[in-house]
Design a protein around this ligand. Structure first.
Ligand code: IPD
Ligand code: CA
Ligand code: CA
Length: 257
């Protein structure tokens, strides 16, 4: 059985932990930054994934959002998994039902596969390098919409309020140049929504590798473009700005901003 299929089965099981969660508000701890929370469920899902995926790929190295022992210097060596156990923790805490589990597989520093699973809708987005991107086994592609006919989503970099002005200046310009804007609360799903043409462009002033690693290969394999604002490749051992879009909307973004 193919590894990506086995991992997708693990994600579906992990999704059940999210769906069964109760008393979430009694299980919250504050992290660094503004309104940045971790719940016991983030930790439970991460531990579950570490445990189950180590069984599938012995010797693999893990980088997880909730881990205090991330060894970023090993990112270019052998097999690494970059994991966000719950992308959209604020949504999760508020019962907003729009969160996902995100996992990317890297071989010697290159992402070779990514999966993003939304347990609320039972939607599994995945991609393998060179083999296209899929949503629940159906091939997905970005739209070809220009920005003026498109839907734009963005992230507010909520834990670093010093970026508020920068984010909202950009979104104001994009709002007046597009059909409308959205802010979903899960960057991993935002990237997948561009990949499957539900949305046409996404940006956020700063994200971490676990927010965009899996989504980035899903987006690229669906025909989209993803980069930092400076149009450089996204790093997987440091945080970065992110712009992701279909190729037409990506060009329009740089004409407008
Ligand atoms: C956050 C979400 C959110 C984005 C933040 C991320 P988390 O991840 O992806 O949409 O705006 O910048 O940190 O904390 O819910 O895993
Ligand atoms: Ca995240
Ligand atoms: Ca998270």
């Amino acid at each position: 059985m193919e590894l990506i299929y086995k991992i997708s089965k693990v994600l579906i099981e992990a999704g059940k932990i999210i769906l069964a969660a109760d008393n979430i508000n009694d299980n919250i701890t504050q992290k660094h930054g503004t309104a940045n929370f971790v719940t016991t469920y983030d930790l439970t899902v991460q531990n579950f994934l570490y445990h189950r995926i180590s069984d599938l790929v012995p010797g693999a190295h893990f980088i997880g959002e909730e881990s205090t022992e991330n060894r970023m210097e090993l990112i270019n060596d052998g097999i690494n998994f970059i994991i966000d156990p719950i992308d959209g923790t604020t949504n999760f805490v508020h019962g907003y039902r729009h969160s996902a589990i995100s996992i990317a597989l890297l071989r010697d520093g290159i992402i070779t596969a990514g999966l993003v699973y939304n347990p609320y809708l039972d939607e599994m987005f995945y991609a393998k390098r060179g083999e296209g991107a899929f949503l629940n086994k159906k091939s997905i592609h970005v739209s070809d919409r220009q920005l003026h006919d498109g839907l734009v989503s963005f992230g507010t970099t909520p834990y670093k309020r010093e970026y508020t002005e920068a984010s909202f200046q950009i979104i104001k310009k994009l709002f007046t140049s597009s059909r409308d804007i959205r802010r979903s609360g899960s960057a991993a799903l935002d990237l997948c929504y561009v990949a499957c043409a539900r949305c046409d462009l996404f940006f956020e002033v700063e994200l971490s590798p676990w927010d965009y690693a899996a989504g980035s290969i899903i987006l690229e394999e669906s025909g989209g473009v993803i980069s930092s604002f400076k149009q450089t490749r996204l790093p997987f051992d440091a945080s970065s700005s992110v712009i992701a879009a279909n190729p037409n909307a990506y060009r329009d973004f740089y004409d407008i901003i």
